[in-house]
Design a protein around this ligand. Structure first.
Ligand SMILES: Nc1nc2c(ncn2[C@@H]2O[C@H](COP(=O)(O)OP(=O)(O)OP(=O)(O)O)[C@@H](O)[C@H]2O)c(=O)[nH]1
Ligand SMILES: [Mg+2]
Length: 241
């Protein structure tokens, strides 16, 4: 959590601008060039220092990251919620496995949220992932089922929500912070999501932050996330025990 006085947290980056929260105020900043920041660009969740000249802010350094993901691009998270469902557009288990392996490789706590349980209780996914030791919670942003349990889990933490497009990430966050009214999409006729959310963004919520992220329709592991094959066995709870 934010403690350093000179430091702010990046809420989101959009079109070359970064929105940095410090002392309850949001500053629009540009990022210093390569020489200053090195090879990395700020992402949502980064702790950064910045200078102000008038209203213009310039990010001058990025604090070392506790962890980071390439997709969605976020840093310093305490928990990753993988939103999935057997209701359309149903989730491919390979997607859950890839994302959970990347998180496990950085010791990020992972929870699987089975959304749309008003339509489908996703029993197969529930049984598969609970049987290997994952924390799995059924939720519905329509009926509110599971939301009290979810609130307890996100309290005082930085929680990132990921999953395929149209699975209901923004809808779930609207249940946690109804005053926000995040944009929610309609599922198209071919039953894939529509990429309604366009960037990762942190929102203050229950003493911590929740991060809404754009969904994916397919998921490939990026170069920065490659994992040595010798390590892989330790990242699946059903193998490592
Ligand atoms: N029946 C039902 N529909 C839901 C539920 N949650 C979300 N939806 C619907 O699913 C559709 C997509 O919801 P979004 O919240 O936009 O999904 P998203 O995961 O944020 O999608 P992207 O921003 O594209 O990644 C909307 O039509 C929602 O009303 C749920 O629990 N039950
Ligand atoms: Mg969304």
């Amino acid at each position: 959590m934010m403690t350093d006085k000179d430091c702010g947290v990046v809420l989101k980056g959009i079109g070359g601008f970064y929105y940095v929260l410090r002392d309850g105020k949001v500053f629009e900043c540009k990022a210093g060039g390569r020489l200053r920041l090195g090879d990395i660009s700020p992402v949502a969740g980064d702790m950064v220092t910045f200078e102000l000249s008038g209203e213009d802010g310039l990010i001058t350094s990025i604090k070392p990251r506790k962890n980071s993901l390439d997709r969605p691009p976020v840093a310093n998270i305490d928990a990753l919620f993988i939103v999935a469902s057997q209701a359309p557009p149903s989730t491919d288990t390979l997607l859950i496995d890839k994302v959970s392996v990347i998180a496990a490789n950085q010791d990020i706590e992972t929870v699987i949220l089975l959304n749309k349980c008003d339509v489908d209780t996703s029993d197969e996914l529930y049984d598969t992932y609970t049987s290997v030791g994952f924390k799995v919670i059924r939720v519905s942003s329509v009926t509110g089922e599971g939301m009290e349990e979810l609130k307890e889990l996100v309290k005082d933490k930085i929680s990132c929500f990921t999953g395929n497009s149209g699975i209901g990430k923004s809808s779930i966050l609207n249940c946690l912070m109804p005053e926000r009214g995040l944009l929610v999409g309609r599922i198209s006729k071919i039953e894939r999501g529509r990429h309604t959310t366009r960037q990762s963004e942190l929102f203050p919520c229950l003493g911590g932050f929740v991060i809404d992220t754009p969904g994916f329709s397919a998921f490939e592991i990026t170069r920065g996330e490659r994992i040595a094959k010798e390590s892989l066995q330790h990242l699946f709870p059903e193998i490592s025990g």
